[in-house]
Design a protein around this ligand. Structure first.
Ligand SMILES: O=C(CO)[C@H](O)[C@H](O)COP(=O)(O)O
Length: 232
């Protein structure tokens, strides 16, 4: 017997299913990473089985590539298709201005590359991801070149962060791009995400941050009331 899904997973699935309906014939589709994106991939695979034809899908992580490929979604890459019609991905936190923290799954760099290559970036999430200010629930992930982790930690600390290197099985977590992730907690939250993003980017050895600003076109939230769609 399969165990019943938690409400949160049901809401993620609602959002993923709704986003799969946005995919149209002939599109090049960017696929995000995480449990909500996995529901999207499953729903999209079902539509393809039912006859939807897309030009191809580009994955934001090796994990998503493996899942999509195993479900017979035709895969492509940014060399073949440098522009995506749509990119659909989850988020860890979404503020009222559609600014995001992403990267709890460690795929933030590829996710940001795909989001910036897309004509339309649609975020899918359960209602727990909506926040009034970024940085109160999830730490901000910063992907860094391994050699520079200690000097970068020092500079992030000077910006007010409590920094922890992300671990997996008691050793540093390695991203798909062979980098480390520094998870930064800001005890007061993040008051000016754009300024903080610029300050972190100015540190040599930082590869990318999990702040996504001015990138999102639409947010699809699954929750107790069903699906809600917010556009800008
Ligand atoms: O940014 C991400 C991965 O790097 C994910 O989109 C984010 O962590 C949300 O994950 P989930 O859908 O499992 O809640």
């Amino acid at each position: 017997m399969t165990s019943p899904m938690s409400p949160q997973n049901t809401w993620k699935q609602l959002a993923g299913n709704a986003a799969a309906e946005l995919i149209q014939e002939g599109m090049v589709v960017g696929l995000g990473t995480g449990s909500t994106a996995a529901y999207l991939v499953q729903a999209m695979a079902q539509r393809i089985q039912q006859g939807l034809q897309i030009k191809g899908a580009v994955a934001s992580s090796l994990a998503t590539y493996d899942l999509a490929n195993s479900l017979h979604i035709p895969m492509t890459d940014l060399d073949e298709h440098p522009e995506l019609d749509i990119y659909i991905d989850g988020a860890d936190e979404i503020d009222p201005q559609f600014r995001l923290i992403k990267g709890a799954g460690g795929a933030l760099l590829r996710e940001k590359i795909l989001a910036s290559a897309a004509r339309r970036f649609v975020v899918i999430a359960d209602s727990s991801k909506k926040v009034t200010q970024l940085g109160h629930i999830y730490p901000l992930p910063v992907e860094v070149v391994p050699l520079a982790k200690t000097p970068i930690t020092l500079q992030l600390t000077r910006l007010g962060a409590e920094v922890k290197i992300r671990q997996h099985n008691n050793i540093p977590f390695i991203t798909d791009n062979h980098n480390y992730i520094l998870d930064c907690t800001f005890p007061q939250g993040i008051s000016d995400p754009a300024q903080l993003d610029a300050q972190i980017h100015s540190i040599v050895g930082v590869v990318e941050t999990g702040l996504f600003i001015n990138m999102v076109s639409q947010v699809i939230i699954g929750g107790p009331e069903g699906v809600q769609i917010f556009s800008r």
